[in-house]
Design a protein around this ligand. Sequence first.
Ligand code: GAL
Length: 724
Amino acid sequence: MRRIRIYKGILATIVFTLISTSGHAITSATKSNIKEWNMLSKQQMREEMSLKLIAPGIWRLRFGKPDKFTPMRLSPSKPNEKGLADVPPCAKPPFPLSGVQVFANGHGCCVEIPMTDKERIYGFGINSVLFNMNDRHVFIRASDSPENDLNDSHAAIPFYLSNNGYGVFVDTARYATFYTGNASPRGREAEVKEGFAKTMVADVPEAKGVDIYIIGGPTMMDAVRRYNLLSGGGCLPPLWGLGVEYRCSADFDASQALALAKSFRDQKIPCDVWGLEPGWQSHAYSCSFMWNKVKYPDPQSFINSMHSMGYRLSLWEHAFTDPSSPLYPKLENHSANFKVWGGLVPDFASKEARTIFGDYHRKTFVNEGVDTFKLDECDNQPDSYKPWSFPECSSFPSGIDGEAMHNLFGELYQRAILYAFKKNNLRTFGLVRSSGALASSLPFAIYSDSYNHQDYVRALAKCGFGGLLWTPEVRDASSVEDLYRRIETVILSPQALINCWYMKNPPWLQINREKSNQDILMSDHEEVTAGVRKLLQLRMSLIPYLYSAFAAYHYEGIPPFRAVVMDYPNDPNTWELDNQFMVGPSLMAAPLFTGEKSRQVYLPKGVWYDFWTHERYEGGQSIEVAEPLDRIPLFVKNDSLLPMAEPVESVQSDTCFQITVNVFGNHPSPFTLYEDDGVTNDYLKGDQNKIVLRWENGNGSFTRTGDYKGPTRYAIGKWVEAGN
Ligand code: GAL
């Protein structure tokens, strides 16, 4: 067996050597491969391994001839160079690159990366039961069931973070396996001597080569920022996307949907986005992408009526295209050799298929006023004996196969839909059931049919490790308490989604699915409605704060929702903390789960304030917290300015948020409110303002700078000394 190894620290000239080891069993397949290697000339060998500095702090190691279909190769997003230049410097690779070894055999490519003994590994996407990713088999495989111990999930990505302050992205769409410190390759004595007692092994099947991106820190946060900026920067949703989304029963017709939407306005339930589920289409499994004219006889007037009530409209769909669809003939030559539910599987790896699909959506829906989509069923069901998606052996005209397509499908689908909005200079914020690597710029939140509240919170903490957004959507509930606790979590997540696709009435009128569908309402529904309204209003109050957090995601790569360990990597008490999460720069949420009267909340070192009572706590300790049904344990970091808006029922193009600035601590850092038109992409041309809030010597002031000249978004009113 021969290995290729990179010598230490040399960036410009790459030197490598071949080292014989006897550490790996050689199958006949590998023997023939080795023969191939032996036939390479020295010059060719040099070309097999190269090292390139992609951006400050990001090194790419290329081995052999990488696959054609990988997240990086298919991503049209350009790295955000300005943002990358502003991340704290990282001049040296986080570990000696000489320790990275790659070899190919009949199985594929094997990558070995040195790890220290005590190192902790996070990431690999948003499987909802795993947090600490050490010493495991980690599969990179799209699946609709995120609660398994193999790492399958709606977004399984070949990117991990280490608390030694770096990240590694292996650019593959294959069902790769990572052995996260538990494999014992032989012949690594040199690395062990240097303190690298463990090895991360990435097994990339089929590949004849692979690109490995080593992303420096010095902290995990810096590494994630680099990863997000390399992916183009985080998405900036339209302002309305940060409001509440309600998806009504799939059985509804236009008049039922309009009646319920109107009742929300009458009841003053905040709601920005109204979602229609499969019933809006003439054929849904597979999709016709045409209105069901029995249920929705006049789609344009339906859309207009929703808009006139201040709603944005979201349409459910999946990509499998029904023979009755006008898209079918256009896609026939751009689809897989297998069908799903009788529909074509579009070859989204081809730009042509994406354009056909996106253009159809633009002309048919976006031009008519549809504001966003829910992209369903784009994951897979690899572990079921009765899978519903296309087989791994599928072929597509572009040359991609079914396996790689599964890991890329959700992401490419989002790009096809995004094309429809970009063409019209509009932003969108949708839902998707599968995403992937380098996807931070895609404005979609991931959702699931799974429904364990604890798992939902863990996924929320995890999504920030890999440029993903997750919504712990609320459907029915086991009790009123369960409903409150779930709503408390969802309003502090990327997308405040109430998904009632199988319920006639909203859960605050009836938590039970069957009773809801029989129109049997709870006796205390008025009281529950009032409590839920208050919680949804809290979400609306936080929109300016969240919008600024998303601007930081876009420009600086800082994940708006993230695990506490990302902010406090040196505090061992945060290392396993998977039931608390950070929201924006200064809030930390610690959801209560049904059945819990109180819970332990860990406050990292420093001073913290209770969001509700403003009580001051010294950090570095766990405290027992109890909250009434309609309050989530929420804490504000010391020395923070927290802008809170008067809640509106929905965000309109002329909405101006009335802001109260809450001052926590005696020397708060300035807070930058981000302002633009909130709906178009003109911010990319510079149409934006920064409103910097400052508190000095007991006085609040602000400055507004920038080129955005449209309606003012924020009126800065009171300053309140909330905690000191
Ligand atoms: C599921 C999806 C649900 C709902 C349902 C409608 O696949 O996860 O949220 O949309 O389809 O059939």
